[in-house]
Design a protein around this ligand. Sequence first.
Ligand code: NI
Length: 206
Amino acid sequence: MTWTSLLLLLVTGACLIVYFNAEKKKRLEGVRQGESVGRAAIGGPFSLTNHEGRAVTEKDFVGMWNLLYFGFTFCPDICPDELRKMAGAIEALEKKKGIKVRPIFVSVDPERDGVEQVRDYVKGFHPRMVGLTGSMDAVKAAAKQYRVYFMKTDDDKDNYLIDHSIIMYLMDPKMEFVKFFGRNHTVDSLTDGIAEEILSWEEKTK
Ligand code: NI
């Protein structure tokens, strides 16, 4: 099963919107619910730098639920929209359902997204949001682990946009993949979807 075969990619504005073929999505969800194949396919080791300038790996995120999103701070509209949605769901999960999930933003634009840039950016969305960046190689490796696509749209040194996958990844407290959420979600559906996954996970691991 290749990821490219699952995705129909459409370029809109600054970002790349990913639509999942409904049938194949169902099949993937079946895999997720049944075997470990789907889990193994997404996520894995990475070495990045957080918004406080500290070197971190995936192991630093073990012990808590995590919601990961890859984007870039100069993204004019889609990333801010998605991160506002993410922050809204994180708030709703905590306040309405008593579930704490850590929001994580991973930059796919390390050339412009230095530690300070990322720190200022994540602060604007949620006080607990973690921002990650790193060398281009480290970011590429992390993106590969999550099957995230990203590519500059032009070669202008300072003024460029980046096409990238628009997906949030829910990772369990072992940093193992549980479910992805596409751009079609609202704050409410994201909140409910995440809560449902966490409750059923807790039920299973009791
Ligand atoms: Ni974006």
